[in-house]
Each structure stands twice: as C-alpha cells, then as structure tokens.
Design a protein around this ligand. Structure first.
Ligand SMILES: [Zn+2]
Length: 217
C-alpha cells in the first residue's frame, strides 16, 4: 500500500504541510484525542464539523461522542441489546456494516478526532498511524528535513535528557584530550639509558637483603 504522505511530501505545494504535521504530531506522545470546543459565553459545546485534514473522514470530538451516546437516553440500551444479539446470533449480523452499530449510528458514522501540539488540524487514527510510518521511513532513508524536524521536536520534549547526553559527551571529550596529552608527553620524554651497575626501578622496591640475594647493588 502506498503511503499518502510520500505523495504529499514529494510535491512542493504540500511539502511544508507534511512538515507541519510531523512537528505537530510527533514524537507520538503529542497525539491526543480531541476534546471539543466550547462557546465562550454559553459554555455550550460548539457544533463543529471536523474532518480529517488528510483523508476527509468526518470526525467527532470526545464530548460530541459522549453527548450523543452515553448522555442521550436509549442509545446505550440499544447498544447493549445489539451487542448481546450479535453474540447470540453471529450469523444474523455477519453482513452488518459499521453504521448498523447503535453507537456508531448515533454519531452519524463519524470516528474519533485526534489532534497534536500547536496545530488547528485534526486527524483520524488511520492517518496518524500512516504519518508515523512515513516519518520512520524518511528517517531510515536519511531525509534531511524530516530528520532535522524530528530531532528538534525531540530536543524540545526531552531537554533534561539532552543535557545529560551533552554532559556525557563533554566528559568523554575531556577524557580523550587528557589521554592524548599524556600519550604525547610519554612519547616526547627522553628514553632512559640504562647503565650497568645502577639500580633499576625494580630494585628500588627491594630491601638490602633481597638485593644481595638477587645480586643487585
Ligand atoms: Zn484520515
């Protein structure tokens, strides 16, 4: 199956839109169910017509789903009866469509809306999954813009982790520089010329008796 974001990203006019979605929806912990908007004055749930910004599927907010199912008399009873009947007579329901399910019918076949961070867009779950798959492929292919966008977003999400990593890298660099300096000093040190009869380093650690035994003066 081709990924719709491959196509959108390959076209100049929609490339920045895809980059906006990557920044808004990833890393994946930014994705959340959309709650719904309230009218400022009456505090009533706004009657929003939301569609997935990528595939156009009609979407519903959490509050719309709640108000049209749980909070509407009869809907949950119908759903319960339907579920029990589907369990007892599976053959009678094998050709049922999604819209035949009472709670789906109650929300006119809409699906849950998802949204991200700093975006007005809403998406269906299938498109969120496709965006994630597209981004993973682009990272593996080494696409510079996607890699840059993701790294920047992850840095914003995990500043502490980044600080730790930077700290470790700095420490490693210092250790390396110190080791390199020592190595150079060792190499540049004039070589000790051993003269016969002089005590060597080994002899310095021996007692006079031990030295006499080994024949070291
Ligand atoms: Zn969609």
């Amino acid at each position: 199956m081709t990924n719709k974001f491959d196509n959108l990203y390959s076209q100049n006019k929609s490339r920045s839109f895809v980059l906006h979605l990557v920044r808004a929806y990833l890393p994946i912990n930014k994705v959340q169910k959309y709650w719904g908007n309230h009218d400022g004055e009456s505090d009533q749930l706004k009657n929003e017509k939301i569609r997935c910004c990528c595939c156009g599927t009609p979407l519903a907010s959490i509050e719309e789903i709640w108000s049209k199912t749980v909070a509407t008399p009869g809907v949950m009873e119908d759903q319960m009866k339907y579920s029990i009947d589907a369990m007892l007579n599976p053959d009678a329901h094998k050709d049922d469509k999604r819209e035949d399910v009472p709670i789906v019918k109650a929300i006119n076949g809409k699906v849950q809306a998802f949204t991200g961070d700093k975006t007005e867009t809403k998406m269906c779950l299938a498109c969120v999954k496709e965006l994630l798959e597209f981004t993973q492929n682009m990272i593996l292919r080494g696409d510079k813009q996607i890699n840059f966008a993701i790294r920047k977003e992850m840095a914003k999400e995990f500043p502490d982790a980044l600080e730790t990593i930077n700290g470790i890298q700095q420490k490693q660099k210092e250790d390396y520089e110190a080791r390199k300096k020592r190595k150079l000093e060792e190499q540049n040190k004039p070589k000790e010329v051993k003269t016969s009869g002089s005590t060597n380093a080994f002899g310095d650690f021996l007692s006079p008796e031990q030295k006499a035994k080994l024949g070291i003066k």
